[in-house]
Design a protein around this ligand. Structure first.
Ligand code: AMP
Ligand code: MN
Ligand code: MN
Ligand code: MN
Length: 274
């Protein structure tokens, strides 16, 4: 089974349209796919053609915070018309737009011009602006030479543009997902730069709040990391998810449909829908 339960389109910060992403997924032989754009389900409105041979599990990647740290929670198999998820998307959209205004203001205080309009020019709408769009603007105006540098200097963890107070806390996000009939999955647990004990604390809190799974595999990762995440996952009693976190075809470390197999010890989350 080729499963990819984490990827992005132009509706959030990816470079392929939903239709292009679907074509690539079919080309890569994906059996089950979830498009998990940041805080929006917009891609699902743009998927009109019925597709054979590929099962789509409706999903979303919701921005959240846990103990004042930014974390991401993937909701899988959410009901696209459920009032709970529609309300979640509306609240997150407002948060994202307000956050973008704050980020723009902070960057402009450093002397960079036209930041809101510039970021917006790369986004699918004012409710969808994210830090990658600001990064592109900073490259565009020559403030930095590439996206990485934009994150390193201005947008990455702890920098002036790293604003996360707007996001709902993890308990709230998990209940939105559950109320929409979905499963809450902790996204890319290794990306938060947590100590071991903090990570275990996060997993416990996540479970206590109703979370049921974690990404054991996120993009290309060392086999030792996979073994480690699989152990944490089975110890806490979570189902295991996996995904590329695909954003663009020119990022080989996050290639759509090229996700390594889960270790046998894991309970794959897709057994619920297979
Ligand atoms: P946001 O949703 O606005 O908080 O932006 C987060 C997104 O920025 C992530 O989903 C990644 O796509 C991207 N991102 C985060 N860190 C980096 C980085 N260091 N370099 C490039 N892109 C990044
Ligand atoms: Mn992203
Ligand atoms: Mn993420
Ligand atoms: Mn993602």
């Amino acid at each position: 089974m080729n499963i990819d339960f984490h990827c992005h389109t132009t509706v959030s910060d990816g470079s392929l349209s939903p239709a292009e992403l679907l074509d690539l997924a079919l080309e890569r032989g994906i059996d089950m796919l979830s498009i998990t754009d940041h805080d929006t389900l917009g891609a699902y409105q743009k998927l009109t053609k019925t597709n054979s041979g590929l099962r789509i599990i409706p999903g979303i990647e919701l921005s959240s915070q846990w103990n004042r740290r930014g974390i991401h929670i993937v909701g899988l198999n959410v009901g696209l018309d459920s009032p709970s998820i529609l309300q979640a998307v509306e609240q997150q959209s407002n948060a994202r737009r307000e956050r973008a205004e704050i980020i723009a203001e902070k960057l402009e205080r450093l002397g960079f011009t036209d930041c809101f309009a510039g970021a917006l020019s790369f986004a699918s709408g004012p409710d969808q602006i994210g830090r990658p769009h600001f990064a592109r603007h900073l490259v565009n105006i020559g403030a930095v030479s590439n996206i990485q540098q934009a994150f390193k200097r201005y947008l990455g963890a702890g920098k002036v543009g790293d604003i996360k107070d707007q996001w709902a806390d993890a308990e709230t996000v998990i209940s939105w997902i559950r109320d929409a009939g979905g499963v809450a999955v902790l996204a890319h647990p290794t990306k938060y730069k947590l100590t071991r004990s903090k990570l275990v604390e996060l997993l416990r809190d996540f479970k206590d709040a109703g979370g049921e799974a974690m990404e054991v595999i996120s993009g290309a990762q060392e086999p030792s990391v996979t073994r480690d995440m699989a152990r944490l996952c089975t110890d806490i009693g979570f189902d295991a998810s996996c995904g590329s976190d695909f954003h663009s075809p020119n990022q080989p470390w996050a290639a759509l449909g090229k996700v390594a197999p889960l270790p046998d010890s894991c309970t794959p989350i897709w057994q619920r829908w297979h």
